[in-house]
Design a binder for this molecule. Structure first.
Ligand code: ADP
Length: 463
């Protein structure tokens, strides 16, 4: 199993590695520049000395007292750590004069000047000391001038720069690692909090919220988003809990009634006729229970939304024609006039059986809640992007306070126990409309009737 390495440690290691690379490149560059610079400083220093003597020879001859004087003076005033040495050779390379550090050495002309008329050459020579000497040779009228300079001072300067980097790098890295890990820990604290809170949240324990800092940075945004998610999960869980409690209640009451009815029936011997009548009534009860269960399942399905394969073009006016035709006998039995306004064909993408259910629920309610002598009008109004279906009745109406709640599952208007139902028709109608990307609106006035307007999009809307 791979060992768990925290984000904080990973960040710290990465930053430290990045710093190591950056500082190393910077140090290597600085060091090479310093070396280059000190080398050219040393060469310049030596060139000045050698050139001065070559000029002095140019003015007289190689062993003139003035030349000897210049050589000795230059060596005397040169800083002692530079260990300046001068030699003058004749045209054949024989030593004419030896002074300073070169007086003790047996250094001959290198011969590198040959063929390089008037130019100077420089090279390094090892006289057995800790550091090497920089040697320069230059031609002068009838002779050659050779100068030597101990490079200790120059090399040391460059090494000091190198050592500063070498010694400070580990300290810098340790400091970066420590500070980086402190900073990373600080910045990751909100994630820890989010994690702890998220662990405490379970299906039954949804009251927790993730603390926010108010800084509106990415982590704060994440905490806000998660809180919104928790709030919406909380609302769905509450809705589900309410729904299942109501569903259990709705099923238990008729089941209990049936159970006691069976017990009473079995208490004594009865005529076959009576058994038949009771079983017939039971079958009706079971049918109504099965309808309720069916409605609950449909509601759960429609809350989950429409699957892409369910969407087919549905021609709304002929679908409404079928629904109206189905309810006509029921309406005429109740003495209610049901009419569908003729309309041009118009299609919406959707599930035909779900849409049939939606309009059947609205028409069933309209027939149930419209007393004899009333009217129910169904109209289709196509718009550019939408189709509006209006179901208007002249029935009992719904008062505004109730109107807001009739779309909640199991909500029924208390004063109307005579009309059968469990209060799932309108919630199911609304969920079907929403699954199609549409909506249902209700306008109603008690005693004057209700108007339900269903709006469905003509093109498919995801969600
Ligand atoms: P159900 O009809 O099974 O009771 P619904 O969800 O279809 O359940 O309706 C909820 C409540 O809204 C009904 O109990 C009824 O009081 C009221 N309602 C629905 N449609 C109408 C209507 N067209 N006119 C008056 N009241 C209505």
């Amino acid at each position: 199993m791979r060992r768990r390495v925290s984000i904080g440690t990973r960040w710290t290691l990465r930053y430290t590695a990045a710093l190591l690379v950056t500082v190393s490149i910077f140090a290597a560059y600085t060091y090479s520049r310093v070396v280059e610079r000190t080398e050219s400083d040393a060469a310049l220093h030596l060139e000045l000395q050698v050139k001065q003597i070559a000029d002095a020879i140019g003015d007289s001859w190689s062993t003139a007292p003035s030349v000897i004087h210049t050589v000795e003076r230059n060596i005397a005033i040169a800083e002692s750590d530079l260990r300046l040495g001068i030699q003058i050779f004749d045209a054949k390379g024989r030593v004419l004069l030896k002074r300073g550090s070169l007086a003790r050495q047996n250094l001959e002309l290198s011969g590198k000047l040959r063929g390089r008329d008037g130019k100077r050459v420089s090279y390094e020579a090892d006289f057995g000391g800790k550091y090497r000497y920089l040697v320069m040779e230059m031609p002068a009228r009838d002779a050659f001038v050779q100068g030597a300079l101990y490079t200790r001072r120059f090399v040391r300067n460059a090494r000091t720069v190198r050592d500063i980097y070498l010694y400070s790098l580990p300290i810098l890295l340790v400091l970066t690692a420590v500070l980086g890990s402190l900073l990373a820990r600080g910045s990751l604290r909100p994630i820890k909090e989010i994690n702890l809170t998220a662990r405490r949240i379970t299906g039954t324990h949804l009251e927790e919220t993730i603390p926010t800092t108010g800084t509106r940075d990415e982590l704060d945004e994440l905490a806000h988003t998660l809180n919104e998610m928790i709030t919406s999960i909380r609302a769905s869980v509450r809705r589900m809990q309410r729904f299942s409690a109501n569903a259990a209640h709705e099923l238990r009451t008729p089941l209990n009634a049936m159970r006691s009815r069976i017990d009473v029936t079995l208490e004594k011997q009865r005529e076959p006729e009576e058994y038949r009548r009771i079983l017939g009534e039971m079958a009706e009860e079971v049918e109504s229970l099965s309808n309720s269960v069916h409605a609950m399942m449909r509601l759960a399905q429609s809350e989950a939304g429409l699957q892409p394969e369910q969407r087919v073009p549905v021609e709304i006016s002929s679908l409404l024609g079928d629904v109206v035709e189905f309810f006509e006998p029921l309406a005429s039995d109740a003495g209610v006039q049901l009419s569908l306004q003729p309309a041009d064909p118009v299609t919406v993408p959707g599930d035909p059986s779900w849409l049939h259910q939606l309009f059947a629920n609205l028409l069933h309610n309209a027939v149930k809640y419209t007393p004899g002598g009333g009217r129910i009008d169904v109209a289709i109004t196509p718009e550019e992007a939408w189709v509006e279906v209006i179901v208007r009745d002249t029935g009992v109406g719904i008062d505004p306070e109730q109107a807001a709640r009739v779309f909640e599952p199991f909500h029924r208007v208390a004063k109307r126990p005579e009309a059968p139902g469990v209060g799932l028709g309108l919630p199911l109608a609304r969920e079907i409309a929403r699954a199609h990307g549409g909506e249902i609106a209700l306008e109603s006035a008690p005693g004057r009737g209700s108007t339900f307007t269903v709006r469905l999009p003509k093109a498919s809307v995801e969600g």
